[in-house]
Design a protein around this ligand. Structure first.
Ligand code: GLU
Length: 321
């Protein structure tokens, strides 16, 4: 790839069929890269291979093709920086872990989820519990003894430092790592690497220059920027996009089986009405008229995209339901 070239990506977790919120994310990530003449990477985030079978990843590719959101490298098409399935990239995460361990920043944590939730630790805005540091300073002897009872997860020690960045869409954002985030998991006790580590390793290894993703991941960004620094990797730019809500204000989620692409494709003859609806919701079109994905490329600009959650109008919701 030519140096300085723009590269965007869509990095879905295929734990179910895509819903409208995932589609909005795929669309805006694609438009943002294409509007700048950039390439698009499709990375399948199937770290938890049990919950993300290949059949879902294949369906996801089929949905993206149906939508006209073609990618240049990744997924089953492969490419120069593959494999593009996180389940096949463990050796890279292992190497990154070794670099963090060399810096003395990783420690084993034996706390169960139930113990953490029972602890009197503050809950963070995204529902996580601020890790109270229970296993931070265990002696070698305590570690050895606990290892006999259960395999540990691995946590990264964070400093009392504020990490700031300017989101391309939402503006300045900062978080104090120790007070607002806490020592965070980089590998689960079952050996599965955590999203935070994998996403940093992969975006850097794949030469991604811009990350566009849902606003629910805004508060992950300071942790990821900290990892970029520790690993000596160049960081991309970040833009966090609005989440879609149902007319009753509920956020769409895969778990609720909300309007997935399977149901939508059974109702619509082609993707154009849906792309028109999303283009209009995002302020790129004056009316929700049918369009192709590539018709939206020249209309794309971050200034037009709203910043808050986007509520699906009831009439359109009914049309699709
Ligand atoms: N795999 C994540 C998801 O599907 C997105 C990760 C990212 O875009 O950084 O929610």
């Amino acid at each position: 790839m030519e140096k300085g070239a723009i590269k965007g990506r869509f990095a879905p977790t295929p734990s179910g069929r895509m819903h409208l919120g995932n589609l909005l994310c795929a669309l805006l990530a694609w438009l943002s890269a294409r509007a700048e003449g950039g390439r698009v990477v499709l990375r399948i985030e199937d770290l938890d291979a049990m919950r993300s079978p290949r059949s879902y990843a294949d369906l996801l590719e089929d949905d993206l093709r149906w939508l006209g959101l073609f990618w240049d490298e990744g997924g089953s098409s492969g490419g120069p920086d593959g494999p593009y399935y996180q389940s096949e990239r463990t050796a890279l995460y292992q190497a990154a872990l070794a670099r963090l361990e060399e810096q003395g920043l990783v420690y084993p944590c034996f706390c169960s989820r139930a113990q953490l939730h029972a602890a009197q630790a503050p809950h963070l805005s995204d529902g996580r519990v601020l890790y109270p540091g229970t296993c931070r300073d265990l002696t070698a002897q305590e570690v050895a003894q606990r290892r006999r009872q259960r395999p540990p997860a691995l946590r990264l020690r964070v400093p009392d430092e504020t990490v700031s960045f300017v989101d391309r869409h939402l503006g300045p954002y900062s978080e104090n790592l120790q007070q607002e985030c806490g020592d965070f998991l980089i590998r689960r006790s079952d050996g599965v690497f955590a999203y935070q580590l994998a996403v940093v390793v992969d975006d850097a290894a794949m030469g991604v220059t811009q990350v566009v993703r849902g606003a629910d991941l805004l508060s992950s960004t300071p942790r990821q920027l900290y990892l970029y620094r520790l690993l000596g990797l160049p960081s991309p730019t970040f833009a966090h996009i609005p989440l879609l809500t149902a007319p009753d204000g509920r956020r769409l989620s895969k778990r609720d089986g909300d309007l997935d692409l399977g149901a939508i494709r059974r109702r619509l003859p082609g993707p154009e009405p849906l792309l028109g609806l999303l283009g209009w919701l995002c302020g790129l079109l004056e009316r929700a008229e049918p369009v192709r994905a590539q018709d939206l490329v020249p209309l794309f600009s971050w200034d037009k995209i709203p910043q808050g959650d986007l509520s699906l109008p009831a009439a359109l919701w009914e049309l699709l339901e």
